[in-house]
Design a protein around this ligand. Structure first.
Ligand code: CA
Length: 497
């Protein structure tokens, strides 16, 4: 295929990736090489459809082995594409994970380590000096849209329409209730009562800054709007599209339609049953989206990526089997997520890709596919994985993948390099796992491999030097605690004892 061959050729000339300041000169050279050698027809660039679920567990889709939750439409795409078995997000909970996804950088490097404040303070957002992937693609001639959850700032300067999205339908907060017949009257009642702060989960959805009257179950409403966007995009003949479809499902509140619940009556646990029905509603929506892509003759030129912003929340009915723990954890269950890529005749079908990839890689990878010029000053932490991904090779990294989640008075850390994973949680001693052989993290190999562990810890410590102070805390008390505990206290975290 002409297009894919050209892409492989260009990418083979230089990897568009940054690994912090130390190697930026080398990366800039690579960038310059890509820019000067590019010669392909920009009209053949792919559409990119990024479907992100919220708190979806590793084992909660058919293509990753779920026995009780059926996802036939996602499975069809996954099985006709490539399933990424070791796909990681850059943080184990929502806000920092999404901030990393949009910027291609660890959220700790620009002060977004915590979820945005609640309690009425909606003044904060991701630093406007950070160029989002959407902005880059928009500037490169893509028609860009986001449908669903934002969670990166409420103020105008942080709004999706200011961050590179031509079209936004959804809600700005960290989640939303699902039934309009429930959230609309509650919102109106609170408004009539003069309540000056109404919970974001209850507020009206919006379309490009204007309130809309959503009448469908929210997951269905978001699928409908994705279909609308894809339809509109098909009329823009000179522009490929980038759609970030950011479902809030199956994030709490656990609310599902009766018709979907009936399909899962065999699940006795009511939480699990409701959660299953919510996942199924996403799957129903994906069917409509695929149909629209085919109907508008865009299916064959669309890269579809499906993933989740962090691991499943066990207390909300999710399963991350065989991974340990879940959302919020530095164990694999916290941030290894169900993921596939699909693109007919380009992405290999019926294959599993087992090498680790990170959500930080999407920025440079999408930029490469879009032939977008990344500004030389833009810092990135991931790498363009497209070529090794297609060839089923390891995307060799100069730097390990890191996870750091701050808790009260200490931090949990995971450091993965190839088959090794160093882990420190709950102020316990550092441990070392061969994560390829021991995905359940049961066999600590630190005493047999002290040098490997020491090296990974050293890399983690060096990485932590690039962090800046949090620019906000989720709740005020969290900030008080942070200061009282003299956090982040990296010395204690990276001490080998
Ligand atoms: Ca989440």
């Amino acid at each position: 295929m002409r297009f894919s061959r050209k892409i492989i050729f260009i990418l083979s000339l230089g990897v568009v990736g940054f690994f912090g300041c130390k190697t930026s000169e080398k990366s800039k050279k690579n960038l310059a090489l890509v820019s000067s050698e590019k010669d392909w027809d920009t009209g053949s660039r792919p559409n990119i459809l990024f479907i992100l679920c919220d708190d979806l567990g590793y084992a909660d889709v058919g293509f990753n082995g779920s026995k009780d939750i059926t996802t036939p439409n996602l499975d069809m795409l996954a099985n006709n594409g490539t399933i990424c078995t070791s796909a990681y997000m850059a943080h184990p909970f929502c806000g920092p994970s999404r901030a990393s996804l949009m910027t291609g950088r660890y959220a700790h490097k620009f002060g977004s380590q915590f979820n945005l404040p609640t309690e009425g303070d909606e003044s904060k957002g991701i630093d406007v000096s950070e160029t989002f992937i959407s902005k880059l693609l928009q500037q490169s001639g893509y028609y860009t849209g986001i449908v669903g959850k934002w969670h990166l700032g409420h103020q105008k300067q942080f709004h999706p329409n200011q961050r590179g999205y031509d079209d936004f339908y959804g809600f700005l907060g960290g989640g939303h209730n699902y039934f309009p017949e429930q959230f609309k009257p509650t919102y109106l009642r609170e408004k009539a009562n003069g309540k000056n702060f109404i919970w974001e989960y209850l507020r009206p959805l919006e379309h490009n800054g204007k309130e809309v009257d959503e009448i469908e179950y929210v997951t269905d409403g978001l699928s409908r709007e994705a279909v609308r966007f894809i339809s509109e995009a098909s009329n823009k003949k000179d522009k490929p599209f980038f759609l970030y479809l950011s479902y809030n499902a199956p994030h709490t509140p656990l609310e599902a339609k009766e018709e979907d619940l009936k399909l899962f009556s065999h699940i006795h646990d009511i939480k699990r049953r409701t959660y299953a029905a919510m996942v199924y509603a996403v799957d129903r929506g994906v069917k409509r989206i695929v149909e629209k892509l085919k109907e508008t003759n865009q299916f064959d030129n669309t890269l579809i990526i499906f993933s989740s912003d962090n691991g499943g929340k066990l207390a909300a009915g999710a399963s991350n089997y065989p991974l340990k723990e879940g959302k919020g954890s530095a164990y694999e269950g916290g941030f290894r997520v169900p993921t596939f890529m699909h693109w007919p005749n380009v992405v290999p079908s019926g294959r599993a890709y087992d090498y680790p990839i990170s959500s930080l890689d999407y920025y440079p990878t999408f930029a490469g596919l879009a032939n977008a010029k990344i500004p030389v000053e833009k810092q990135l932490d991931g790498k363009d994985i497209w070529k090794p991904f297609l060839k089923n090779e390891n995307p060799i990294r100069e730097e390990p993948l890191f996870i750091m989640r701050h808790r009260k008075g200490f931090s949990d850390v995971a450091i993965r390099q190839d088959k090794w994973k160093a882990l420190k949680v709950y102020q316990q001693k550092w441990k070392l796992y061969d994560i390829e052989k021991d995905i359940e993290e049961n066999r600590d190999l630190s005493s047999q491999n002290p040098d490997i562990l020491a090296d990974l810890i050293k890399r983690g410590s060096q990485w932590s030097e690039t962090h800046v102070e949090p620019r906000w805390f989720h709740i005020e008390k969290e900030g008080e605690q942070w200061r009282a505990d003299e956090m982040p206290n990296f010395e204690a975290t990276f001490r080998l004892d």
